[in-house]
Design a protein around this ligand. Structure first.
Ligand code: ADP
Ligand code: MG
Length: 235
């Protein structure tokens, strides 16, 4: 369900990359019992489309992203990425599929602290045993402007630089889908602006599909559509 399509192009249909169908997710909480976080959430995304997910803190945005990433299972419903239902995939296949098709950028960067910027960026290529790792890592370092910081550890980098490493790591496998969970939430305004510009430039340059969770309405407005979560439902 696309609630706001500023392009008005009706791009969905033949080039559909993601279908989220009627997903429900609850958690058991010690004090309050069962908490229904997502209630029959459905929407579709076309390849190359960008969408923002907004909603109050606790409205289920991160939960939705982790279900789309196949990091957790919904109680019911389907997440179909490039024609395959992630929810019924066996764990081995899912892990590989996730590594090949989905890039994720988190608010807290989640870099490997003992690896350099360069090693963090090339890690997905190493894991997937890809070709031309040196060359592709060089090119990606160049794209995110970290050539002169490549041998630094995350602890020796600024927040903005760490997030650029995380963006590079997420994009180096050329994922079909990029998920970003409040990617500028941990950065000051000026740095956040630079990092989000980089993110949008890279996404547009490679015609990537993006789902961006953000509190920042300026950022949300840069996406083709905006999904608003309220008490477990898209409104
Ligand atoms: P948002 O990202 O929109 O702030 P979340 O998706 O992180 O919201 O969380 C939605 C609700 O689900 C919150 O009330 C949170 O406490 C609860 N929640 C999230 N993950 C778990 C979990 N693993 N166990 C129990 N409750 C959870
Ligand atoms: Mg969250």
């Amino acid at each position: 369900m696309i609630l706001k399509d500023k392009t008005g192009e009706g791009k969905l249909g033949d080039n559909k990359i993601l279908e989220v169908k009627e997903i429900c997710k609850s958690f058991h909480q010690p004090q309050s019992g069962i908490l229904a976080v997502l209630n029959r959430v459905s929407f579709e995304l076309g390849a190359g489309e960008t969408t923002a997910v907004v909603g109050q803190s606790g409205s289920g945005k991160t939960t939705l992203l982790s279900l789309i990433a196949g990091l957790d299972n919904p109680d019911s419903g389907q997440v179909v990425l490039a024609g395959e239902d992630l929810c019924t995939m066996k764990e081995n296949k899912l892990a590989r599929y996730r590594a090949q098709k989905i890039g994720i950028v988190f608010q807290q960067f989640h870099l490997m602290p003992h690896l350099s910027a360069r090693e963090n960026i090339s890690l997905p290529l190493e894991i997937l045993k890809q070709d031309q790792i040196q060359r592709r890592t060089d090119a990606m370092l160049e794209k995110v402007g970290l050539g002169d910081r490549q041998h630094h550890l995350p602890g020796q980098l600024s927040g903005g630089e760490c997030q650029r490493v995380a963006i590079a790591r997420a994009l180096i496998i050329k994922p079909a889908l990029l998920l970003a969970d409040e990617p500028t939430g941990n950065l000051d305004m000026e740095t956040g602006e630079k990092v989000s510009k980089l993110l949008f430039d890279l996404v547009a340059g490679e015609n990537k599909t993006l789902i961006l969770v953000t509190h920042n309405l300026d950022l949300a407005n840069r996406c083709n559509s905006i999904l608003t979560l309220d008490r477990g439902r898209l409104v």
